[in-house]
Write a new protein. Sequence first.
Length: 138
Amino acid sequence: MGATHFSGPVFVGTTDSNAGSNVLTQTGTLTQTAAGTTSTTFTLPANAQIIDIIVDVTVLWNSVTSAGITVGTAAAGTQYVTSINGKTAARTMNSAATAAQLIAMQDITTNTSVVATVVSVGTTSAGTARVTILYRQN
């Protein structure tokens, strides 16, 4: 199946007064590794607004101590999500974001890399999560 590519915000509506922008998504997977830390990187358009971050833990981490999932501008960063427990979470939306995180999500400026990371402490042999970023172009 072919793909259509376009750049710039897309607005839907018949006039400026009823036009709205589209919500876009990117999805990546975090899978347990022997090293205990794994990341996946998303590249969003400059100045995008992150609307929400959804983490679906499809296989619980079985690490001895902890398995914290964070989302930020670099590996193990917490600019957007502080920590989600990969040992117990099922679906988590970023409803517990701090005021500072919400401000950072309003406009990512030129920090176009968004990195989801899981750091597990203790021996781990299982763990998988799907991370979905909902955003709109500004």
